[in-house]
Design a binder for this molecule. Structure first.
Ligand code: MN
Ligand code: MN
Length: 402
C-alpha cells in the first residue's frame, strides 16, 4: 500500500505522513520504540483533516425532473444505476396511475419491491410460490412489500391520479430483470399457448404483440369487506402496512415513523421511514451499519452531507422529487433549509432497521477516552456527551414552538 502511495501520489500529498521503513523497530515522534512492527506509518497530529484521495460519488438525482415515460393509463420515471451510479443497492421509480390505469401483471427477477403511496388510491394483486393470493386497496401513507420474484399488478382507483414511489433492493432491477405477462405471451407461439391453456390457437390472435406495461381500463369497484372473495387462499403474512397509522417518534426537531420487519414481518429485506423535520432543525449525525439509504424528498427543502471516510464528504440540497443516496456505513446528517417543514421518505435494503448515532456513542464512551481522542478540555467533553435525540432542535431565524 505504501508503495502505491509513493508511486501514484505526488510527494506533496504524503508530506503530512511521517513514514518510517525500519526492518525491526521504529520510533515515534516522542521517541517511543515500537518493537512489534517491521513497518510503521505514523500520522502527525498536524495532518490536515481533508486530504482527499478521490472524489465522493454524486449523492443526488433529480428524479422528478426526468422525462416521464407516458402510457395510456399512467406514467413513470426511474432512478437506476445507469443514471445514478452510486445507487448499487437500491433503486426507485416514481409512478402515476390514472383511475382505472393498470400497471400490468409482472415480476422482478432480482429485487424485492417496497412502495409508499403519496397520493390517491390503488389496488394491488399478488401471488406467491405457495399459491397464496392477496388483493388489497391502498391510500396515502400505506406501504407494500413484494418479495423478489412474486407476481403482482397495481391498478389506479377512485377519481384522482394515484402517485406512489417504488423502491427496489437492487440498483439493477430495471433492464432485463422486470418480466411482464404481456411480453411473455407475445413471445410465445399461439400453438404453445393453446396447449398451455387448453384453448384454440386462434383465441390468442388479438393479444398484445409486445409489452403493455401500463394500460387503461375501467375504474375498479370498492372491495367488499375483508377478506375479499377473490382471495380464496390468503397468505400467512400480509403485503400491506398502514405506515402513517403508526405513532411516530416525536422530538423537538421533528418526527420519524418507521416500519421494519418487526412490525411488518413479510418485509425481510427492506425497511423504511417517513421523516418530518421542522424548519431549521437537523437530523443528527448517524450511520446505518447494515444498509444503504435511498431517499425521496416529498415536501420542503433540506441539505444533506455524507461523510465518505479519508477526508471525503459531499453536500447537496434536495427539494420535492429529488432522490438522495447514502451508501452503507457512510456518516450523514440532514439540515432543513428554509422556513418550511421537510418531509422525506427513507428506504433501507435491510429488513432490520439499524442506526448508530454519533452523539449517543460519545455519551456512552468514558470521558478519558474522548479527552485522549480529541485532545480538548474536559469541560468541552462534558457538553459533548448529551445522548441522542434523533433530531436537533430548530436553531434558526424562526422560533418554532415545540
Ligand atoms: Mn413491480
Ligand atoms: Mn440515515
Amino acid at each position: 500500500m505504501l508503495r502505491n502511495l509513493l508511486t501514484t501520489k505526488s510527494l506533496a500529498a504524503i508530506t503530512p505522513l511521517a513514514c518510517m521503513l525500519i526492518s525491526s523497530s521504529a520510533s515515534a515522534e516522542d521517541g517511543y520504540q515500537y518493537k512489534m512492527q517491521s513497518t510503521t506509518v505514523t500520522r502527525s497530529s498536524a495532518t490536515p483533516a481533508s486530504t482527499p484521495t478521490e472524489e465522493m460519488p454524486e449523492i443526488k438525482y433529480e428524479l422528478g425532473k426526468q422525462p416521464l415515460h407516458l402510457h395510456p393509463g399512467g406514467a413513470s420515471n426511474e432512478a437506476t444505476i445507469q443514471d445514478f451510479p452510486i445507487s448499487k443497492g437500491l433503486a426507485g421509480v416514481s409512478m402515476f396511475l390514472k383511475p382505472g390505469g393498470l400497471r400490468e401483471l409482472h415480476w422482478h427477477a432480482n429485487a424485492a419491491e417496497w412502495a409508499y403511496v403519496i397520493a390517491g388510491r390503488c389496488r394491488i394483486t399478488i401471488i406467491d410460490p405457495e399459491g397464496h393470493s392477496e388483493i388489497k386497496d391502498f391510500g396515502p401513507g400505506d406501504v407494500w412489500y413484494f418479495p423478489r420474484g412474486h407476481g403482482h399488478s397495481i391498478q389506479g382507483m377512485g377519481n384522482e391520479e394515484c402517485h406512489f414511489i417504488l423502491v427496489f433492493d437492487s440498483g439493477y432491477f430495471s433492464e432485463f430483470a422486470t418480466f411482464s405477462a404481456s411480453d411473455w405471451l407475445a413471445q410465445t407461439p399461439s400453438e404453445v399457448l393453446a396447449k398451455n391453456f387448453g384453448m384454440s390457437a386462434s383465441a390468442f390472435a388479438d393479444f398484445p404483440k409486445k409489452e403493455v406495461y401500463i394500460s387503461q381500463g375501467p375504474v375498479p369497484q370498492t372491495l367488499p369487506s375483508e377478506p375479499p372473495p377473490e382471495s380464496e387462499n390468503p397468505p400467512p403474512l400480509t403485503h400491506q402496512f398502514h405506515l402513517l397509522s403508526k405513532i411516530p417518534v416525536v422530538t423537538a426537531g421533528g418526527s420519524m415513523t418507521l416500519v421494519d420487519q418487526k412490525q411488518f414481518p413479510i418485509s425481510t429485506t427492506m425497511s423504511g421511514a417517513i421523516l418530518k423535520m421542522k424548519p431549521y432543525a437537523m437530523r443528527q449525525l448517524h450511520w446505518h451499519p447494515n444498509a444503504d439509504e435511498w431517499q425521496y424528498y416529498i415536501k420542503g427543502r433540506a441539505r444533506m452531507t455524507v461523510f465518505g471516510s479519508k477526508g471525503r464528504k459531499i453536500t447537496r440540497e434536495f427539494g420535492p422529487g429529488d432522490v438522495g443516496y447514502v451508501p452503507m456505513g457512510n456518516g450523514h446528517y440532514i439540515e432543513t433549509v428554509g422556513d418550511q417543514e421537510c418531509e422525506m421518505l427513507a428506504v433501507f435494503n435491510a429488513g432490520d432497521y439499524q442506526e448508530i448515532s454519533l452523539s449517543e456513542w460519545l455519551a456512552k464512551t468514558p470521558k478519558q477516552v474522548l479527552e485522549t481522542n480529541f485532545g480538548v478540555a474536559p469541560s468541552i467533553i462534558d457538553s459533548l456527551r448529551k445522548g441522542s435525540t434523533l433530531f436537533s432542535k430548530p436553531t434558526g431565524p424562526v422560533s418554532i414552538p415545540n
